[in-house]
Design a protein around this ligand. Structure first.
Ligand SMILES: Cc1cc2nc3c(=O)[nH]c(=O)nc-3n(C[C@H](O)[C@H](O)[C@H](O)COP(=O)(O)OP(=O)(O)OC[C@H]3O[C@@H](n4cnc5c(N)ncnc54)[C@H](O)[C@@H]3O)c2cc1C
Length: 418
């Protein structure tokens, strides 16, 4: 309890601090922070530093890490409004409303479900936010006249980009989240990818700090995460460009009354749905990716299944996400996994003593879980699957490896192959 209280106190202190500068040497990192209330400087000493400081990352700039990609994918004029009467004028509540007209294309997001809305007005290629009268464009998008009352709470015009940091690490300093990658928030996922970065890096760092992993394991962070973020960035740019092209080619007849107009609206509505459903139901992007060429995964030659933005096939191919299933006792497999490595045993008769012993010798925390689930046979072809702390498959087999210590050394970054 005391430890928890002190951790909360430390977080509270850091919430009021701005990192100003850092230096690293072979043994650690010293960060100079400024107390935002008093202006007092203070030094923090740490073994490692993770720059999770967003798209404008000072940490990235200090490291001199360049970003490469596409600096402009789309420009957007965004306006946050309060309009208490808008909901009552709509056919029903919705979280996201796609506005299509021959004059403009926009998304409206419900912020509080009552009166606050965020409007993203997508600009045509070459158009600048300053070219467009904000008030009349908001009215155009909402479909209201000059007398409709709304209050502008915020204006934030932004450029959607596709930029990936050339390196995610410099010795004891790491980049994570938007500090390492930014993309147009079509197909969103900046937050999802940032959390996946943190999940990936945190277990490896914890393992090094606790002493059971070799520091070389930390090389796996960039090797695993950078290609995934590059891939996500291309999905996001692709969908952004497709949505923009669609928005800017809406036929004139879309607003015509009568049967022809109705038919056109139905067709365009269907096309808009098809175009957008993938980005909002993006199971493939979030769960289908796999780590290739990682120095800490024991590959066995089988290729992982392909995936799309919205669709994926669960697989135990090393590098893939540990296939999820519901256990017979009603729990999610993910709730039953230990916090560290978990050896999933699909047949309780399989001997795992060698793996257990090798893990113990190296101090690698390893739980064994006997999986009893109806779907197990279809999802898990092998009788043993080793799941990492971040729920990716590290190794699999029908019996324990001939040299269990070699597998344990590989997954803890201490192998000659690592
Ligand atoms: C319009 C829009 C829509 C989006 N929609 C989605 C979506 O639907 N789904 C999705 O997954 N993502 C979405 N994103 C992206 C998502 O918001 C970002 O990817 C995510 O917030 C990045 O998190 P982060 O922690 O890496 O960086 P940030 O959220 O930028 O946090 C960085 C933090 O570091 C702090 N900081 C910076 N410098 C210092 C310093 N020197 N000292 C101390 N603190 C510092 C900042 O104050 C900030 O709190 C959207 C983004 C935009 C702009």
């Amino acid at each position: 309890m005391l430890a928890q209280a002190s951790a909360i106190a430390r977080l509270h202190i850091l919430n009021h601090m701005r990192a100003v500068h850092f230096v690293q040497n072979e043994t650690g990192v010293t960060v100079v922070v400024e107390d935002l209330a008093s202006g007092e400087p203070r030094e923090i000493h740490a073994s490692y530093l993770i720059g999770c400081d967003g798209a404008h990352s000072d940490v990235r700039h200090t490291l001199g890490v360049a970003m490469t990609g596409d600096p402009v994918v789309i420009n957007t004029q965004s306006t946050y409004i309060r309009a208490p009467k808008l909901l009552g004028m709509m056919p029903g509540p919705a979280w996201c409303i796609v506005v299509l007209s021959p004059r403009c294309g926009a998304f409206i997001f419900a912020i509080d479900g009552r009166e606050r809305w965020l409007i993203h007005n997508f600009l045509r290629p070459g158009e600048q936010s300053t070219d467009i009268d904000r008030d009349s464009r908001v009215r155009e998008i909402l479909g209201v006249g000059p007398s409709f009352d709304f209050e502008i709470l915020g204006k934030e015009d932004w450029t959607g980009r596709r930029m990936i940091a050339q390196r995610f690490r410099d010795r004891r300093v790491f980049l994570c989240g938007d500090a390492a990658h930014i993309w147009v928030p079509f197909a969103g996922f900046g937050m999802n990818a940032g959390i996946a970065d943190a999940m990936n890096l945190s277990w490896m760092l914890a393992a090094v700090i606790k002493g059971w992993a070799d520091p070389r394991i930390l090389d796996a962070y960039e090797i695993e995460r950078q290609p995934i973020t590059e891939q996500v960035s291309r999905y996001a740019m692709g969908i952004s460009r497709a949505v923009s092209a669609f928005h800017f080619s809406v036929p004139e007849g879309l607003e015509s009354p009568g049967k022809e107009g109705d038919a056109l609206r139905a067709r365009i509505g269907r096309e808009a749905y098809e175009l957008n459903v993938g980005q909002f139901c993006c199971g493939g992007l979030n769960f289908g990716y796999f780590y290739e060429n990682s120095p800490i995964i024991a590959y066995d030659g089988e290729a992982p299944p392909a995936y799309t933005l919205y669709d994926f096939t669960q697989s135990t191919v090393p590098g893939c996400r540990t296939p999820h299933l519901w256990l017979r006792d009603g729990r999610s497999l993910y709730d039953a996994l230990g916090p560290d490595f978990t050896l999933l045993r699909l047949d309780p008769a399989v001997d795992v003593s060698g793996l257990r012993a090798a893990a113990e010798v190296r101090g690698v925390p390893l739980a064994v879980l006997d999986v009893e689930a109806d779907e197990a046979a279809s999802l898990y072809r092998n009788r043993l699957v080793l799941s990492r702390p971040d729920q990716h498959v590290a190794w699999r087999g029908d019996k324990q490896p001939d040299d269990p210590a070699a597998v344990i050394d590989l997954i803890r970054g201490a192998s000659a192959m690592a």
